[in-house]
Design a protein around this ligand. Structure first.
Ligand SMILES: Cc1cc2nc3c(=O)[nH]c(=O)nc-3n(C[C@H](O)[C@H](O)[C@H](O)COP(=O)(O)OP(=O)(O)OC[C@H]3O[C@@H](n4cnc5c(N)ncnc54)[C@H](O)[C@@H]3O)c2cc1C
Length: 428
């Protein structure tokens, strides 16, 4: 039977960051993932010579993500677009880094200064009540349709949530803590970064087994002792001093079993966790369509929220002569049953209304991320702690991120914290 200091279930962002921190600290680590590639919901595929990202495209520079890459001896192969992010309001582009949101709001509502003051309060830690939604918070200042459209799409882009579902506290704390960090794209697709990290984990003796599913996290006397695995139809068991799960809180409970996790924790998770939905589009055109290489947050749409040409910064992502675009949409009403085809049709209609040149575009992918493969395993503001009732089992990934954090950078924070806790549990 194999024995490891840590077994990591899932080679998504959180799992790989945790594994990298553990091997960098000299620990023996096994990572298992049931897919044929690393990266989880932020992996990439090739379609007819185009590189298509499943989830994350915009990777943060200058934070813990980049730091763990450096500690692992890696170059951070992320190219920053210039400008990085813009808003598009009534057909006009506004650079979000040149006074962007404040400037835009001052042209749209008399309450711009009051809204700006609330962002400043958030930076000082003064945040609204946890029950107040972003929509209700914004209604306290303005009913302006364009302002609401802009905030709706910011919530959609950053959190895959509608403003009526997202606590204002989560929205404002993200702006206070994370929004200004620069972003960039990996020219090999986001999987390029995960392949680099996986290579560094293996180079330091870590093992990564793909096509391998964790069936159960084994416990004895309230402590995790190992993981039961299945690969090629064969079952096996590995022993572990600690276990880290990147499967999401709900799936982790199923792997351990409700009895071992305890009724209180299970009930709290069921009450807290709220998975979100997002549609991910990739389109190719033979001519340039967008007026900027930046990621564009739209204001005059109700479904489509973000659009960008990746080949403007990373021409390697498409065959010569082609322009590759990414777009995201989220359903307007998350309370309604999901009709994926209707959502796709609405988003593409909005895209063609905003930019008629997309009329003849090749739609390479139109992918709903929902259900067991969600945009986010829980809406920000509805997260669980990383710790579980099992003292040597921790969760990583986007169901356990801290308020104010988001995306793969947040997953890096969860990976580092879980690794630190595991190392402390093992006595250093
Ligand atoms: C459309 C979209 C766009 C996004 N854009 C950005 C962006 O631009 N920038 C950004 O930073 N973030 C972005 N994100 C968010 C980012 O992709 C996620 O935060 C991140 O990928 C979540 O990673 P995770 O650690 O939770 O792991 P996951 O991606 O959930 O990976 C977990 C892995 O574990 C495997 N697994 C689960 N259970 C088992 C088991 N029992 N046995 C074996 N393996 C198992 C899964 O198959 C999966 O491979 C975006 C997300 C979406 C959906």
């Amino acid at each position: 039977m194999d024995q490891f200091d840590a077994v990591v279930v899932g080679a998504g962002a959180g799992g790989l960051f945790a594994a990298a921190c553990l091997v960098n600290a000299g620990k023996s680590v096994l990572v298992v993932d049931d897919h044929d590639r690393v990266g989880g919901r932020a992996t990439s595929y090739e379609i007819d010579g185009f590189i298509v990202n499943a989830g994350a495209i915009a990777l943060k520079r200058g934070g813990l993500f980049e730091q763990i890459m450096t500690e692992s001896g890696l170059e951070y192969d992320v190219r920053v677009p210039q400008p990085r992010t813009v808003f598009r309001v009534d057909g006009k582009i506004v650079d979000s880094e040149k006074g962007g949101l404040g400037l835009l709001l001052s042209g749209l509502t008399k309450s711009a200064a009051k809204i700006g003051a609330k962002f400043a309060d958030a930076r000082r830690g003064d945040l609204p009540d946890a029950q107040l939604s972003t929509k209700a918070w914004l209604n306290g200042f303005t009913r302006n349709r364009t302002v609401h459209g802009l905030f709706r799409n910011l919530c959609a882009v950053l959190f895959s949530a509608n403003p009526q579902d997202l606590p204002a506290r989560a929205f404002l704390s993200f702006f206070a803590r994370s929004a200004a960090t620069p972003i960039g794209f990996c020219p090999r697709g986001t999987i390029g970064i995960w392949n680099d990290l996986a290579g560094a984990i293996r180079a330091k003796g870590g093992e990564i087994r793909l096509h391998t599913r964790a069936l159960r996290i084994l416990t004895a006397d309230g402590v995790a002792t190992g993981v039961e695995l299945e690969a090629d139809g064969a079952k096996s068991t590995v022993k572990a001093r600690t276990v880290i799960s990147d499967a999401g809180v709900t799936a982790t409970i199923a792997l351990v079993g409700e009895a071992a996790m305890g009724g209180d924790y299970t009930a709290r998770a069921a009450h807290t966790i709220r998975p979100t939905t997002m549609f991910n589009f990739y389109l190719a055109t033979p001519t340039r369509v967008l007026e900027t290489p930046a990621l564009i947050t739209l204001a005059n749409t109700e479904s489509l929220c973000l659009l960008g040409e990746l080949t403007a910064t990373c021409p390697e992502m498409a065959p010569p002569g082609w322009h590759l675009h990414v777009a995201y949409s989220i359903p307007k009403d998350s309370a309604k049953p999901l009709d994926p085809q209707a959502e796709i049709d609405t988003a593409l209609a909005e895209l063609r209304r905003e930019y008629p040149a997309f009329e003849g575009a090749r739609v390479l992918a139109a992918t709903p991320m929902t259900g067991d493969w969600p945009a986010s395993r829980t809406c920000p503001g509805y997260n669980m702690p990383q710790e579980t009732p099992i003292p040597n089992l921790w969760n990583v990934g986007d169901s356990v991120i801290a308020d104010g954090d988001g995306g793969t950078q947040a997953c890096a924070h969860t990976g580092r914290k879980a690794a630190d806790l595991a190392i402390a549990y093992m006595g250093g």
